[in-house]
Design a protein around this ligand. Sequence first.
Ligand SMILES: Nc1ncnc2c1ncn2[C@@H]1O[C@H](COP(=O)(O)OP(=O)(O)OP(=O)(O)O)[C@@H](O)[C@H]1O
Length: 775
Amino acid sequence: MPALISRMGKRLRRFIERPGSIELTHYEGLLPAIGELEAEVEELSDTELTERAAKLRLEADFDDKQLIEVCVLGREAARRALDERAFDVQLLGTMGLLTGHVVQMETGEGKTLAGALAAAGFALQGKRVHVVTVNDYLARRDAEWMEPVYKLLGVTVGWVDPSLSRDERRSSYEAEVTYGAVSEIGFDVLRDRLVTRVEDLVQPEPEVAIVDEADSVLVDEARVPLVMAGSVDHAVADIEVANVVRRLRLGLHYETDSDGRNAWLTTAGASVVEKALGGIDLYGDSGSDRLAAVNVALHAHALLTRDVDYLVRDEKVQLINTSRGRVAELQRWPDGLQAAVEAKEQVAATDRGEILDSITVQALLARYPRVAGMTGTAVAVAEQLREFYQLEVAVIPPNTPNIREDHPDRIFASPSQKLRAIETEIREVHETGRPILVGTQDVAESEELAEKLAKVDLPCVVLNARNDAEEAAIIAEAGTHGAVTVSTQMAGRGTDIRLGGADGKDRERVAELGGLHVIGTARYPSSRLDGQLRGRSGRQGDPGSAVFFASLNDELVLSNAPDVPDGIHADEETGEITDPAAQRQINHAQRVAEGVHLEIHRNTWRYTRLIEHQRHELLKYRDKLLRTDLAAETLKEAAKKRYEEFEEKLGEAELEQICREIMLFHLDELWSDHLAFLTDVRESIHLRALARETPLDEFHRLAIPEFRKIVPGIEERSLQSFEEAELTDDGIDLAASGVRRASSTWTYLVHDNPFDSDFEQTLKQVRNLLRRKKD
Ligand SMILES: Nc1ncnc2c1ncn2[C@@H]1O[C@H](COP(=O)(O)OP(=O)(O)OP(=O)(O)O)[C@@H](O)[C@H]1O
């Protein structure tokens, strides 16, 4: 009975301490057995170890005995290959992953190894594994780092990055475990969507995905679409409009929302624009195209800021991923907006192309029958992981208890007072020799701070928006004695900050001083991001500390909870506030920001679910066309005479391929048209739906019948192409009958439209329009 009570007490405690996480007691119970077998496997030769791992190979999930065995062999393989004996907590992580959970392990606890042992375990079960990383640099680094461990376990490993050719990728994916950035794996899925011969496919069927930094990929980036486009024409940026809009002034010519998501012309602004564009009537029937161009140009002008939202480098607009604070390679905004920003910055317009296919990160991962993940901060998104992916979180305790000191926020009345206090803090801590990592909100803030520090003789290293490998090398030195590193929130993610520098030479001295001190210059829009910054310090039981500075006029508060209660007292000299009401206000603002993010995620998912379902259905048909003689059968049945005529001249095999090319071409084209149709519907849905039902129902009402037309459309168009195809001496000239694929294709990520057409947003626009019409 007392044992039962104690067990219940333990469970209750876990529930209170870590809501949303699952019980690990069962796996903890396997650890002693793993320990007992350690001496036995130490005696094995390398070959014997590999042979023993091969005995685990089976086509089924592991039972407890096999879980124990894979942990025993994995621990030994890591000890031999890396000189790192996997800790018990790492093996708990491995077991958590192998049983399909998102494991929460703190920064520096060794997720890379725990993940690799789980990947090897899945591979031994006969499943192909993709380890999904946040960037290309980490994909290659982790695959190469873990390769000797895999080798001892007899498991093959590969990696993909943008530098590889299609053939090289194919062989990387042939490995049992393949590391790749989420974007790279997604782009391969999209590229495979266009092949017309089975042997050109590079990716095998998805089986298991182990997602590193799972919260960032599965939640923050979930709704980002990966896009493949084909060259058709160039986007026409309206330079004239950009030049007119450039002269407009806030408050006089246009207004913006307090949340910075919407901008609109005032009456005075509209008159200026109408006059400058040659006396047109923007709101008349003939002005609607111009009005649309003015609106995007105004968004680009008023709401997107250089060095915060994007950089201009090498005559190109490069987006900054605001959730990661780094240049988002291969990302762009939805087309009109991208072109408007390019016009604003007077750089050449990039080729827009036609969208051939697209898939969101969430849908990409939903393709895998099994998903597991690891991250330092999972509990905070446990609810979303359950809602969107049916995944449960398992909290793995640290190997050595965390002794980092997390100080309460230091709150100031104004941002300038806050900045002064940050400078003082940096100076005082720097004088002790302790290394400091300062986490800023964006690139511009990092640079401003660095400039200020340089002026007062406090040189620092600024880390932002560079390439990942360079970032990794710099951040690895952030623990050096006396170092001051200023970084946007996620720069250098995935790289360990060792006390005393990358080689840890000076560790003792830095540890004695108190370890790495982390300073946040403002609270982030999610508590998870705060936690990630704090987690940079205090790794593996190291000493360290963290403190966030905040002000009641920070962006976070102004955008999400601007109604600050009256009577909050600030120190007259320093502006510092100790009233708990200020802290409550900041926490409240952060919760509002988190809620908004979740709602947008939910809303996007509601729409993309239908699109994904349609995409999946059509792909089943495409796959049949690709792998069987369905295309030939279909065309033979519809145009028997012509088919026989061609067959006689070309032979069966060649004609089969030609039929396949024709039908796949029309399928791909109709799907691309359908995507464009859905985008149009989605963008105007709220207006259409104003007088009708809910926007989502309206979207379904329009999207479903349109989709049903695709397959008959493919058959009809293919038949026509087949009838019109000309037989020349070189065979059939498909191009002559319009079967012409895009001459070049490319891939990119679509950054979230910062002004998404949510119902509320559209209502606001309509309201503004009505307001103007009334004026
Ligand atoms: N069992 C072990 N014994 C000794 N060192 C280990 C062990 N496991 C991992 N390490 C070391 O700990 C460091 C951190 O490992 P890793 O980068 O995998 O951590 P992480 O959990 O991924 O951290 P982050 O959250 O920063 O990505 C590495 O230098 C690694 O070599």
